[in-house]
Design a protein around this ligand. Structure first.
Ligand code: 13P
Length: 344
């Protein structure tokens, strides 16, 4: 099957009461790891690429690798999503290339660092929604700013100074008609999210629950949702790495989010840690090796294991074959019809 709409995947997830992991990729091995994990667990898939990933892959390599994924794994509904589009133009170029979902992150200015105004965010996001929905493409918006900037995305704040305001979130969804909404509840991108296991003071799950109460029909997105497991940190450090002690978002908090409207869960760092640990282990234990496959294969296997585990923990496992994906043309018609392209 061709790449499919993210809106339909999330509608189905809402209906089934589960979440869907959105995993970042930059290369073939990462795409293979996700698709193998999806086949093993029978999961629908969201693969996402940031601007950095698109430039690393020269865009076309990424697109054709994803086409290969749909050919080799035809039983898996697969979305290609743009993570953190920084401008209307970036989103439009992703749509032109064949992404089936885009994030317009208008919470920041196009530099990807400076918090924007509500008015700017609404205007930019609405423009993307108009272009995207006419083609059946899904749009994720963001209100409030994530912390951290390790990966080039985020306001570089402490994660708590620009939490999502529930009232603004309602107004933002009303004015933009986004399909999914990323909210800021204290998480940040990267490995260094919390200096100890997060508490209700540092990870504001109560804020998420309040937003869901006010927007029960909007699919919520949790960014910065890597759990940064100690086991993965330990492998890296055991084989010569230098990670400082750090905590991520516990899986049980993500599961609480999923019970309260979270349908898309963004995970990148955990996979980076898994791959790097596996590569370091080969380098340390077999210094005579120089065939890239000798370390990329274990790296791919390590990522597959993490992705399969998350797919099971988020509840998407077993749901790949639940429904027939709608074409993008059909989605476009539904958006035009009544603004409610629910797969129902
Ligand atoms: P992590 O750094 O926690 O994996 O978050 C990734 C992310 O939110 C991508 O948008």
């Amino acid at each position: 099957m061709p790449l499919v709409s993210m809106r339909q995947l999330l509608d189905e997830a809402a209906r089934g009461g589960y979440g869907v992991g959105a995993f970042n990729v930059n290369n073939m091995e990462q795409i293979q790891a996700i698709m193998e994990a999806a086949r093993e667990t029978k999961s629908p898939v969201i693969v996402q690429a940031s601007r950095g990933a698109r430039s690393y892959c020269q865009d076309r390599f990424l697109y054709h690798l994803m086409l290969a994924a749909t050919e080799l794994y035809p039983e898996i509904p697969t979305v290609l999503h743009l993570d953190h589009g920084n401008s209307v133009e970036t989103c439009k170029s992703a749509i032109a290339m064949g992404f089936t979902s885009v994030m317009m992150d208008g919470s920041l200015m196009p530099d990807g660092k400076t918090p924007s105004t509500f008015e700017y965010n609404v205007k930019a996001t609405r423009e993307v929604v108009e272009t995207a929905h006419a083609k059946g493409i899904t749009v994720e918006g963001e209100i409030g700013c994530l912390g951290g900037i390790e990966d080039g995305h985020g306001a570089g704040l402490d994660g708590l100074s620009h939490l999502t305001d529930p009232e603004q979130a309602v107004e933002f969804v009303r004015q933009t008609q986004v399909d999914a909404l990323a909210i800021a509840i204290g998480t940040s991108h990267g490995a260094y999210k919390f200096t100890q296991k997060p508490t209700g003071e540092t990870l504001k799950m109560d804020r998420l629950i309040e937003i869901h109460k006010r927007l029960p029909n909007t699919h919520l997105v949790m960014h910065g949702s890597s759990s940064v497991p100690k086991e993965l940190q330990d492998i890296i450090n055991q084989y010569g790495g230098k990670l400082r002690p750090t905590w991520g978002v516990p899986v049980e908090e993500i599961q609480l989010g999923i019970k309260n409207g979270v349908r898309k869960v963004n995970v990148d760092t955990d996979n980076r840690l898994a791959m790097t640990g596996a590569i370091r282990k080969v380098f340390a234990e077999k210094p005579e090796e120089f065939d890239p496959r000798s370390y990329l294969k274990p790296a791919r296997d390590a990522m597959k294991k993490v992705v399969a585990q998350r797919m099971t923990q988020f509840g998407q496992a077993g749901h790949a074959g639940d429904y027939a994906p709608l074409s993008l043309e059909e989605m476009a018609k539904r958006y035009q019809g009544n603004g409610k392209p629910l797969a129902a």
